[in-house]
Design a protein around this ligand. Structure first.
Ligand code: ZN
Ligand code: ZN
Length: 374
């Protein structure tokens, strides 16, 4: 079968759609092809301790126990070539036509002397936050590079600068990594941070970290717990996938994190689609003080739905989690999907309004903005 190119395909819906396909193409290709190859020799079970193999440990790779229909390569090509039916826009095109990232100069003095009685949070971009609590500085999915890509000359380029430069950060004590995709795991950042922090990483990622020269890590499966200082860190389920090299498809786990602090529990969702895990996390860890939830890279829904929340799903997850404060992430930093980069916060506002929740229930921070939760 010959697959028509986007330029000549009679099925392509419009010139605008082709443009969107082209724009998202390189980013999506890097993300998808990075995890494409099979891993025939991979096998997790049986466990040496004789206990049952967890449902997310497949024979050859990790799997999503709740919903396994992540789209395959055929579907990826359909999306890339614009052959799937066009989906209605949740926000009128005119409203999301212009994206001007809101960037503020970070308050570096505040970062050096956070209020010891509160939780101080700074959005750096994508899923990278600096969370300061109980005298400890936690960095989530630290990404500072210009591109979320294996190479410096191609792949999705930043739409907004990192809100705080890596060199301007205060001492980092703890790093949480959700999974190995390039927009969450940045080798240059890890190498710069080095062995000063303690890393919490999902199962299977230890080898990658060791190869990057980092040895201070706790490598956890879902349900496992470790601690550092006054913090207790739990790996919790997410619905996603992994892979950054050929041969690496789902060979390392993807995870969310719950961090127990003296100021309350924090939940960092990583990358995830919607599933029953939010209720499970709430049942085990309620009350949650803060939930960091992804709101971007959701269109087209038929392709992205299983792996990325859209804003109405983020609102639903937030409600089920029962968290006190929601903080939006995973939008506006790299172009990764078909929605315009300005759309996620507008769609979130609409979803919050329709849900009856407070319009600021899930807050959207500016790049570099610091907030303090008393
Ligand atoms: Zn991902
Ligand atoms: Zn991501």
């Amino acid at each position: 079968m010959t697959i028509p190119s986007p330029e000549v395909s009679p099925e392509a819906k419009s010139a605008e759609r082709i443009t969107a396909v082209r724009k998202t193409g390189r980013a999506a290709t890097v993300i998808f092809l990075a995890g494409l190859a099979a891993c025939a020799t991979f096998h997790y079970g049986p466990r040496p301790d004789g206990r049952p193999v967890p449902a997310h440990h497949g024979r050859r790779a990790f799997v999503n126990p709740q919903r396994t229909e992540l789209r395959g390569f055929g579907a990826f090509l359909r999306w890339r070539l614009g052959l799937a039916p066009e989906e209605p826009r949740p926000i009128p095109a005119a409203e999301s036509a212009v994206y001007e990232p809101e960037v503020v100069s970070p308050d570096l003095a505040l970062l050096r002397r956070p209020d010891p009685a509160g939780i101080q949070v700074t959005w750096i971009g994508q899923s990278t936050f600096l969370v300061q609590v109980e005298g400890l500085n936690i960095l989530t999915d630290p990404v500072f590079s210009e591109r979320a890509s294996p190479v410096g000359f191609a792949g999705p380029r930043r739409l907004a600068p990192a809100g705080v430069a890596l060199a301007d950060l205060p001492r980092v004590d703890v790093v949480l990594i959700s999974h190995d995709h390039y927009d969450h795991l940045d080798k240059a950042a890890v190498r710069t941070l080095g062995n000063a922090p303690r890393y919490f990483i999902p199962l299977g990622l230890g080898r990658w970290l060791a190869a990057a020269g980092v040895h201070r890590f706790s490598e956890l499966d879902w349900g496992q717990t470790s601690s550092v200082g006054s913090l207790t860190v739990h790996a919790v389920p997410a619905q996603h996938f992994s892979g950054r090299t050929l041969g690496g498809f789902n060979r390392t786990l993807w995870t969310g994190w719950v961090v127990e602090t003296g100021r309350g529990r924090l939940y960092f969702a990583g990358d995830t689609g919607y599933g029953g895990h939010f209720r499970e996390i709430a049942a085990r860890f309620s009350p949650l003080r803060v939930a960091f939830l992804p709101i971007g890279a959701y269109r087209p829904r038929w392709f992205m739905g299983p792996m990325h929340l859209d804003p109405p799903e983020a609102v639903r997850a937030f409600r089920e989690l029962g968290a006190e404060v929601g903080l939006a992430m995973h939008w506006g930093t790299f172009r990764q999907a078909e929605e315009p980069p300005a759309e996620p916060p507008l769609y979130l506002k609409k979803a919050l309004r329709e849900s009856g929740l407070d319009r600021d229930a899930i807050r959207v921070l500016k790049f570099g903005q610091t907030i303090s939760l008393e």
